[in-house]
Design a protein around this ligand. Structure first.
Ligand code: TXA
Ligand code: MG
Length: 321
């Protein structure tokens, strides 16, 4: 359904316990009424997501945070003030209204206000907070277009709102700002440098080692295409071994022969590269190659989050990495 004309019907589906995939500025989310444990359970089922991986709750408006949660720690409120609506997910205490299944039994809840008109209109029309992970099967590539959702989840979703390609193309940055110094639990579309500017000092980035239960989106192996993927320093001449390879390049088309090539940003712009990352990987995955080679992007700004996704995708195929 088109995102603009489909809002009322999609909101009704949410209110009656259904699943609605919707665009955000980061990636498409798979939404359910966050106040309804049964509806939330359907998300885990549709994604084949392990029950230990908690969901992010989405609100239509920043003012709803205090209404839902009550006391918000000042440092958390300050970041919400500064970056919402936007690609920042904050950790707060789970309010009693949110059933434990949403947070996988954690005493805390992840929450954000997406910077996307359709998303906020949908949540406002539903009149409830909306729990939504990325609208892909667990561990696979995140969806940045409605067709990625349809291809990946199909009939498991009641409605897919099509709002076109997402602007950022990479998930939100998750920050726990309840302590003395904010800790980034997952690198994402909001660069660490902007957070540091906002808090006027360094923030800690938790590397999110494998098995780290605090944010399973940080599992070592995640965000993977079906085709085996390997990180390489750059394009190389074909070894002539008959293996069909695809190449995901940062800015330059490789001189060497590849069966398929995607360039993330000819201008060398990291924001553009992030926006095209998953789309490029979806395309290479559909190109029928035996292996996908990717080169890292500069490790700065949103480039850190792009490299983080690439490393986790590669780790799916080579856990020893
Ligand atoms: O940009 C985004 O964040 C997208 C859009 C749809 O909003 N959503 C998204 O959701 O990326 P998902 O489920 O793919 O990733 C959510 C991450 C998971 O790694 C989860 O473990 C972590 O958030 N998370 C959820 N609740 C948490 C909590 N209470 N403490 C720490 N991490 C939490
Ligand atoms: Mg995800």
């Amino acid at each position: 359904m088109p995102a603009d004309s489909g809002i009322a019907e999609a909101a009704a589906v949410l209110r009656t316990g259904g699943l609605v995939a919707f665009p955000t500025e980061t990636v498409y989310g798979l939404g359910a009424n966050a106040l309804d444990a049964r509806a939330a359970a359907r998300i885990f089922e549709a994604k084949a997501r392990p029950s230990f991986d908690p969901l992010i709750t989405h609100l239509a408006d920043p003012a709803e945070l205090a209404k839902l949660v009550g006391d918000v720690p000042p440092a958390v409120a300050a970041l919400a003030d500064r970056f919402w609506p936007g690609a920042l997910t904050l950790i707060v205490d789970r309010p009693a209204a949110i059933p434990p299944i949403v947070t996988s039994g954690l005493a805390t809840m992840a929450v954000r206000v997406p910077d996307n008109e359709a998303a906020r209109a949908l949540i406002a029309a539903a009149g409830v907070p909306v729990a939504a992970p990325s609208a892909n099967r667990f561990g696979q590539l995140s969806p940045t277009r409605a067709e990625h959702v349809v291809r990946g989840l199909g009939a498991a979703v009641d409605v897919v709102l099509d709002g076109g390609p997402t602007r950022c193309g990479i998930e939100s940055t998750i920050v726990d700002a309840r302590g003395a110094r904010p800790v980034v639990l997952r690198l994402g579309a909001l660069p660490v440098e902007e957070l540091e500017d906002a808090v006027g000092g360094p923030v800690t980035v938790r590397p999110g080692s494998s098995g780290q239960p605090v944010a399973p989106g940080t599992l070592a192996a995640h965000y993977a295409p079906r085709t085996p993927l390997r990180l390489v320093a750059g394009a190389q001449p074909s070894p002539g071994d008959g293996v069909r390879r695809g190449f995901l390049a940062f800015r330059e088309r490789p001189a060497a022969e590849y069966a398929a090539v995607e360039v993330l940003s000819a201008a060398g712009d990291l924001t553009e590269a992030a926006a095209r990352l998953f789309d490029g990987l979806h395309r290479l995955d559909a190109a029928g190659v035996d292996e996908i080679l990717v080169e890292p992007v500069p490790e700065v700004g949103v480039g850190r989050a792009v490299n983080d996704r690439l490393r986790r995708a590669a780790a799916t195929f080579d856990p020893a990495g």
